[in-house]
Design a protein around this ligand. Structure first.
Ligand code: IPM
Ligand code: MG
Length: 361
């Protein structure tokens, strides 16, 4: 197969971790007889430095013309980086939001898995960690509060800010369907998370999710209020299979879920639209404090590349090979500093990429 992959290395540790993911993709393509053409794209701070804006129309167009996009991370230190002297709509994060919207990437998949070999990194009590967990957070990504109208103005002499939270039934239905489809391939349980005791948008969310659920009789649906969900994630994470939720709740809960695994450097993500196209990026941020030191964990980006092969190219065998290679390297005791533990071998970003390549077969 020939794959046209757009690559956004981005800011901070982005370039280092993406280089390793490309290395693993190349090795996988070589072993399985595929060819990959990469197109480098600038987004976020790297684009601001060159173009003055975090996302240009040309970049969006080039992204659309590729089969899938692999991304590192964007953004810098908000206190020291000049990017944050710009008005909010010109900052790195605005580029990412515009890219998601421009590519219609409404379905964000964030798996949070407690790896057997990394149980020690889990910050929860041993009896909770022992049962392990493997959940998929399905976050709606192009609606809600992050894309509503916003303004800051003086109302009767008082500075007043407003952010609008809107969802229509179509936006809810398409993400709900995705969540149920994915649940069908997993343990067949969907927990839909909302704040239906307060918000109208959540009450509509619940109604539409129930309508969709009727088409999936094999899947168990439960509703959970978001505050309770935040609590349940640390109390009993093993109860979750697929968590389906709106944009902001998903943003917050996915960070919480990743922290509970103890290793945010391990967590991949995929953002999909109605077609096979997807944007694949690690769940973690740009970590400017460790950028350029060669110590960042590239595994989340490598696993994102595996998700790309699975979801955009239907290359399940190849995706399995990458995931297996990652497990193998971990079970041999190789660790980057973020997941280092006593008795294990600490290695750097590049070496981790090399080791994983060696295990691709
Ligand atoms: C994420 C990030 C982004 C988001 C930011 C950088 C705009 O936190 O992908 O979770 O909130 O969606
Ligand atoms: Mg976030």
């Amino acid at each position: 197969m020939e794959m046209k992959i757009g690559v956004i290395k981005g800011d901070g540790i982005g370039p280092e971790i993406v280089d390793e993911a490309m290395k693993v993709l190349d090795k996988t393509a070589e072993v399985y007889g595929h060819s990959i053409a990469y197109t480098q794209l600038l987004m976020g701070g790297a684009s601001i430095d060159v173009n003055g804006v975090p996302l240009t129309d040309e970049t969006l167009k080039a992204a659309k013309e590729s089969d899938a996009v692999l991304m590192g991370s964007i953004g810098g230190d908000a206190k020291t980086s000049p990017w944050y002297q710009l008005e909010p709509s010109k900052r790195p994060e605005a580029g990412l939001l515009a890219l998601r919207k421009g590519l219609n990437l409404f379905a964000n998949l964030r798996p949070a898995v407690l790896y057997e070999d990394l149980k020690g990194a889990c910050p929860l009590k041993e009896e909770i960690a022992d049962s392990g967990f493997d959940m998929m957070i399905m976050r709606e990504l192009t609606g809600g509060l992050y894309f509503g109208k916003r303004s800051t103005e003086e109302v009767n002499g008082v500075l007043t800010a407003r952010d609008e939270l809107t969802y229509n039934e179509n936006e809810i239905r398409r993400i709900a369907k995705r969540a149920f489809d994915i649940a069908m391939k997993r343990r067949k349980k969907v927990t839909s998370v909302d704040k239906a005791n307060v918000l109208d948008s959540s009450r509509l969310w619940r109604k539409v999710v129930e309508e969709v659920a009727a088409d999936y009789p094999e899947v168990t649906l439960e509703h959970m209020l978001v505050d309770n969900c935040a609590m349940q994630l640390v109390k009993d994470p093993a109860q979750f299979d697929v968590i389906l939720t709106e944009n902001m709740f998903g943003d917050i809960l996915s960070d919480e879920a990743s922290m509970v695994t103890g290793s945010i450097g391990m967590l991949a993500s995929a953002s999909l639209n109605e077609t096979k196209f997807g944007l694949y990026e690690p769940s973690g941020g740009s970590a400017p404090d460790i950028a350029g030191k060669g110590i960042a964990n590239p595994i989340a980006t490598i696993l994102s590349a595996a998700m790309m092969l699975r979801y955009s190219f239907d290359l399940d065998k190849e995706a399995d090979a990458i995931e297996k290679a990652v497990s193998e390297v971990l079970s041999k005791g190789c660790r980057t500093i973020d997941i280092m533990a006593e008795g294990k071998t600490q290695i750097g970003t590049k070496e981790m990429g090399d080791r994983i390549c060696e295990c691709i077969r």
